[in-house]
Design a protein around this ligand. Sequence first.
Ligand code: ADP
Ligand code: MG
Length: 242
Amino acid sequence: RKSCFRLSTGSKQWDAILNGGFESRSISEVYGEFRCGKTQLAHTLSVVAQLPREEGGGGGKVAWIDTEGTFRPERIVQIAERFKIDPEVANENIIQCRAGNSEHQGSLILELSQYFVTGEYRLLVIDSLMALYRIDFIGRGELAERQQKLGGFLDKLHKIAEEFNIVVFYTNQVQSDPGANALFAGADGRKPVGGHVVAHASTTRVLLRKGRGEERVAKIQDSPDCPEGEATYIITTGGIND
Ligand code: ADP
Ligand code: MG
């Protein structure tokens, strides 16, 4: 695994609880309430991924699947300025796809593989994983079909991460009521949406919540090699920071 790298979040505290950042050849998930900074983190990672590895980057390009219409090239410009990357180049290095429905989300992955084979890509963002699945499959009757399709999608993500040495990073929503089936709930009793299929999919999982004032808190829920830890961070014009 010598070519593996870790992608910095932009926050030293957060990187510290991740042993340096989000790992390549692996799937990472952040989940939490609205406005905790999931999309802002995705923007930050998309710029940092372009930095050299000595600087916490991946030295490569980025693919972004946008399911909620929240990707903003203007934010990339601002974050690129912080990291002293040419803002125009920063946006050119991000291939951005807007998924219209869950089926489209799945087919985009196949289309993107044509880019990944170039070996130039180091980060794949899906913001967010479940939004379109939740819209397309409503009610219990459709749950089995949803989970099957979702499982297929997640399998593809694993293969991409492994085959192309990519950081696969997705955001997810938090289940408002974990209910009795809290088997996969974090220590806080809050679990990501998507049921068992999603619960087993990511290698590193981080729960976000609001802290005091402008502060936000990231807490590792699940990781093979990071101790359970908390980090506080803020959202700035230049992206995620301490
Ligand atoms: P989520 O995706 O978790 O719902 P976002 O990543 O969209 O949350 O974060 C939204 C928050 O990010 C806003 O509440 C605001 O505080 C902060 N934010 C967005 N843009 C900027 C900016 N340019 N400068 C500082 N903070 C910002
Ligand atoms: Mg968002």
